[in-house]
Design a protein around this ligand. Structure first.
Ligand SMILES: NC(=O)c1ccc[n+]([C@@H]2O[C@H](COP(=O)([O-])OP(=O)(O)OC[C@H]3O[C@@H](n4cnc5c(N)ncnc54)[C@H](OP(=O)(O)O)[C@@H]3O)[C@@H](O)[C@H]2O)c1
Length: 245
């Protein structure tokens, strides 16, 4: 196995897969998780085909016990965690007058609650890694939606604002233990998640998944003395100030 290990939730597709691939190229052993078994197996096969050490764990992160089991499986497989990428997430658009309890609960469970549980369960392993080399890293996928207060995506935006807040709080709690926490806030990235808007904004005009891989690589390359609390990634002309994503 590599000298370092990373757990990437939602690593079976989109942004998570690109981050996993980038970390694999940096020599990390990888655990990737996903909800759908076949999609996960295919991602594992592709990453293994690139020569990376990779383990796939099916976990429905809307269920707290599966988030706990995921960290346990990662620990059993690699014995350490140097990087945790809380990436799995869902966005469901609904006008406020039509918000359903089901989709409210689902977004809170996957976007917020799972991130908290995964961080809690990984805390010890991350601190050990931080104590060893001063560069444990937690990356939380927030969104420009967490800063732009979008209509019709109010729950998604609220969960992502909470992701940003939790990232800052957890950085304070990790203190000088050698673990850093960064919330990444991208505008539209060309993935399955943005298919709903790809008729208006062409995927080739969106942020690329590889950009996110490079951002995580950058975060791992800064010195232990340099904490990066947040990174906002805008498309040209987009961003929270313009109201656009
Ligand atoms: N794309 C964008 O424009 C954009 C912008 C800002 C922030 N983000 C954030 O970036 C993250 C990744 O987004 P993406 O665009 O890569 O999305 P994506 O292509 O839809 O991939 C989402 C990943 O999360 C997993 N996932 C979804 N629900 C899950 C659940 N209940 N339990 C376990 N895993 C689950 C999916 O697995 P399955 O396919 O098996 O369900 C998949 O691997 C999300 O947190 C998203 O909010 C995305």
């Amino acid at each position: 196995m590599g000298e370092r290990a990373a757990l990437i939730t939602g690593g079976s597709g989109g942004i998570g897969y690109a981050i996993a691939e980038r970390l694999g190229r940096s020599g990390y052993s990888l655990t990737i998780s996903g909800r759908r078994e076949e999609k996960l197996a295919s991602a594992v096969e592709r990453l293994a085909g690139e020569g990376f050490d990779v383990e796939g764990v099916v976990a429905d992160l809307s269920k707290p016990e599966e988030a706990e089991r995921l960290v346990e499986a990662h620990g059993e497989r690699w014995g350490r965690m140097d990087c945790l990428v809380n990436n799995a997430g869902i966005g469901i658009g609904q006008p406020i007058s039509e918000i359903t309890d089901k989709f409210l609960d689902l977004q809170v469970a996957v976007n917020l609650k799972a991130m908290v549980i995964l961080t809690r369960e990984s805390f010890g392993m991350l601190q050990e890694a931080g104590g060893e080399h001063g560069k444990g890293l937690v990356v939380n996928l927030a969104s420009v939606a967490g800063k732009a207060y979008p209509p019709w995506l109010s729950i998604y935006g609220a969960t992502k604002a909470a992701v940003i807040s939790f990232s800052h709080s957890s950085q304070k709690e990790f203190g000088d233990s050698g673990v850093q926490v960064t919330a990444i806030c991208p505008g539209f990235v060309a993935t399955d998640m943005t298919e709903f808007v790809q008729g208006e904004i062409a995927p080739e005009d969106m942020i690329r998944v590889e950009d996110l891989g490079e951002v995580v690589s950058f975060l791992l390359s800064t010195s232990p003395n340099c904490v990066v609390p947040e990174i906002v990634l805008n498309r040209p002309g987009g961003g929270p100030d313009s109201g656009g994503m």
